[in-house]
Ligand binder design. Structure first.
Ligand code: RET
Length: 225
């Protein structure tokens, strides 16, 4: 593992841990009904912390078919992306139970997206591209559910503007992941492991710590009814 890659992992676990402390402090001033937003935000960064820590220790990768595959990225994403979706859904409605079928579909499509992405990363050309396409189809389904039925739900929910802001942020950030994957070491190989790992670090910090911060700020302003 190069020094640049290693440094990105060390900075990764530190920033995730720092995010956890910030979220813990922010959660204390949340109204009781919105504490769940704090639970989500903290779960996400502590899961990421563990995975970055493992990668920093050299425990998060395998050498497979002559390539290095950082599987810890996927064990992070497979847990944190469903929680991020739940977090967005909690901004759409107070009664998650009412949208359980939608939530279930979102999470299944999302997990499918991450797992097929991992299979692609473990595959050589051209099979990796087949898996990228399959994963992208699931991703498009996720985006369709967010901007279709979930947004309709949010229009009746407690904070329509907050939902739209978070949904936009999520969409833009999440779209960059498959691009980095495609041009990075798992696809075309235009990026080195070092450059790729910094891209993923910036994305992970923004999509987890940045997103959580915006979500908790919005949750704090929600009226307790
Ligand atoms: C992969 C594989 C290629 C195709 C697609 C992908 C999508 C990944 C996404 C990841 C999001 C991660 C987040 C993590 C941190 O919080 C797996 C790269 C579509 C959308 C938000």
């Amino acid at each position: 593992m190069s020094a640049g890659v290693q440094a990105s992992f060390v900075i990764g676990w530190m920033l995730m841990l720092a995010g956890g402390v910030v979220f813990w402090v922010m959660s204390r001033s949340l109204p009781a009904a919105e504490k769940r937003h704090g639970v989500a935000a903290m779960s996400i960064v502590f899961i990421a912390f563990a995975n970055y820590f493992a990668m920093a220790l050299g425990q998060g990768h395998v050498n497979f078919n002559g390539e290095t595959v950082f599987f810890a990225r996927y064990t992070d994403w497979v847990l944190t992306t469903p929680i991020l979706l739940v977090s967005l859904a909690m901004m759409a409605t107070r009664e998650l139970a009412r949208i359980r079928t939608l939530l279930f579909s979102l999470v299944v499509a999302d997990v499918y997206m991450i797992v097929t992405g991992l299979v692609g990363n473990l595959s050589s050309s051209p099979h990796n591209y087949y898996w990228w396409i399959i994963s992208m189809v699931a991703f498009i389904a996720v985006l369709g559910m967010i901007w279709g039925p979930l947004r309709t739900e949010a229009a009746r929910g407690p904070d329509r503007a907050g939902f739209d802001k978070l949904a936009k942020m999520l969409t833009i950030l999440w779209l960059i992941y498959p691009l980095v994957w495609l041009i990075g070491t798992s696809g075309f190989g235009w990026l080195s492991y070092g450059v790729e790992s910094w891209f993923y670090l910036i994305l992970d910090v923004t999509a987890k710590v940045g997103f959580g911060y915006v979500a908790l700020t919005a949750a704090r302003k929600l009226k307790t009814t």
